[in-house]
Design a protein around this ligand. Structure first.
Ligand SMILES: C[S@@+](CC[C@H](N)C(=O)[O-])C[C@H]1O[C@@H](n2cnc3c(N)ncnc32)[C@H](O)[C@@H]1O
Length: 444
């Protein structure tokens, strides 16, 4: 029989109630606050009072009286409301002392979530696709294939650690000045940093530290990676480094950045409110099959006007004439690079075969005036007799013409705000970081 809270409020107007978190008495303020919360949650769930009353097996009058704080709800009433899933109430929301909560009936208190697994993301299927390709006649591997397994991820990190030019280049990225410009360009309170392919996350986390140094504010750091082992490394690194920064919330996203537009749950406006996003793609643009398509169609589909984009790129001197000599076809492959690139191939082969690597001049891709090369893996049988060699293009590398890259970014709605040199060494080419703002742009 539904109760009518009306009479109860008259009979027990001054019943002392204690808060769940401590034993201080709960007064009218808590009753009012619960009244507001209930009404807000009911309306947010799209429930009429009548419908909620049905779901909670209470009378409509009881709901009305609770929402207008005219009654002090009983424990039984509160527990019925707690069990209406659409309201999303938690035990701590109820104006009840802890000892009055039947704990076995309550939903478990969940810790804040730190991981999101994107829809349709299935790493084992990716691995099966890779193995099928490698057992075929030859062809091309998408760069993400090189990071999928624990072995590949570890070999990649070992390669990064051993390559002096690369780490120097990474250290030289002018994150401080970039962070200062980002903060100047901010239109929203708070920022969500969407790190696409963060690897071990070191540079992306340092960027966040610089952003906080430039302006203390609420920041979301989203680490999105296709490699589960690398994602875990980056997440743990972020959680440790930013442990004493409560203003930062870190989310690990297991997903494929080529599929961003289908992750509608992540990019729904309701999740962000007016918060601006900063998309960060470091160390990866040069390896993409089609940089233009990725920036314009993929990131472009989820970015909103005002969002920011940070990329880095190795550069070809704009006055240099394009020449195959600029491609280091004859440079030896360091052993760590061989381990990283050949590992996935070796593991996919069903019998021992010989794998050799070479570089081949490739087009500069979708950015005019750029130059590139691909690393080609050739697989031959050990005795060299049966079957013809199979060739796989396993990694592209491009050096971009800065002028063309800027013009292209501009033409697809990402005019650059700042270009900063990221250094050059004898082993690494000149490189730059580009910060762009998404302008109103309609593709094609
Ligand atoms: C060259 S590393 C760059 C790592 C890091 N951002 C840095 O600057 O050192 C490329 C990263 O992108 C990730 N990645 C590659 N393809 C991806 C894809 N399709 N979706 C998401 N992450 C991807 C790899 O797992 C790896 O972590």
């Amino acid at each position: 029989m539904p109760e009518t809270g009306n009479a109860r409020s008259v009979r027990h107007p001054a019943r002392p109630i204690t808060r769940e978190t401590n034993d201080s008495p709960i007064g009218q303020a808590q009753i009012h606050s619960f009244a507001r919360l209930l009404r807000f949650r009911r309306e947010a769930a799209g429930l009429s009072r009548h419908r909620l009353a049905q779901q909670a097996n209470l009378s409509e009058a009881t709901i009305k009286f609770i929402e207008s704080a005219r009654t002090r709800p009983t424990r039984a009433t509160l527990l019925r409301l707690l069990l209406v899933g659409d309201l999303g109430l938690l035990p701590g929301d109820l104006p009840l002392p802890r000892h009055e909560l039947p704990l076995h009936l309550l939903p478990a208190q969940t810790p804040p979530l730190n991981c999101y697994i994107a829809p349709d993301f299935e790493p084992l299927r990716l691995l099966e696709d890779l193995e099928r390709t490698l057992r075929g006649a030859g062809g091309h591997l998408e760069q993400s294939s090189l990071y999928l397994t624990h072995h590949s991820a570890l070999a990649y990190l070992r390669y990064c650690a051993k390559l002096p030019g690369r780490s120097l280049h990474a250290e030289n990225l002018p994150l401080g000045p970039l962070a200062a410009t980002i903060v100047q360009q901010q239109q929203s309170t708070g920022l969500t940093v969407v790190a696409l392919g963060p690897g071990d996350g070191r540079r992306e986390i340092r960027l966040v530290e610089h952003l906080l140094a430039a302006k203390r504010q609420a920041l979301g750091l989203w680490l999105l990676d296709i490699s589960q082992p690398l994602l875990t490394v980056a997440y743990q690194q972020a959680a440790t480094t930013l442990a004493d920064r409560p203003e930062v919330s870190v989310l690990a996203i297991a997903g494929n950045f080529h599929r961003l537009p289908s992750y509608t749950g992540l990019f729904a406006s309701s999740l962000h409110g007016d918060r601006q996003r900063l998309f960060v793609l470091l160390g990866t643009l040069a390896h993409l099959d089609n940089a233009l398509r990725f920036l314009r169609d993929t990131i472009g589909s989820v970015a909103r006007p005002g969002d920011l984009l940070l990329i880095d790129a190795d550069l070809v001197d704009d006055v240099e004439t394009r020449s195959d000599e600029q491609v280091p076809v004859d440079e030896p492959f360091p052993p760590e690079l061989v381990d990283w690139l050949c590992g996935p191939l070796q593991r996919a082969l069903s019998r021992p075969e010989r794998i050799s690597l070479r570089r081949a001049v490739d087009s500069g891709g979708s950015v005019a005036g750029s130059i590139g090369h691909s690393t080609i893996a050739t697989i031959t049988t050990i005795d060299g007799r049966s079957a013809r060699p199979r060739h796989f293009a396993i990694l592209h590398h491009r050096r971009f013409s800065l002028a063309s890259l800027r013009a292209l970014l501009d033409s697809i709605g990402w005019p650059s705000l700042r270009v900063l040199p990221a250094g050059s060494t004898t082993t690494a080419w000149q490189s730059a970081a580009l910060l762009c703002r998404r302008a109103g742009y309609s593709s094609r």
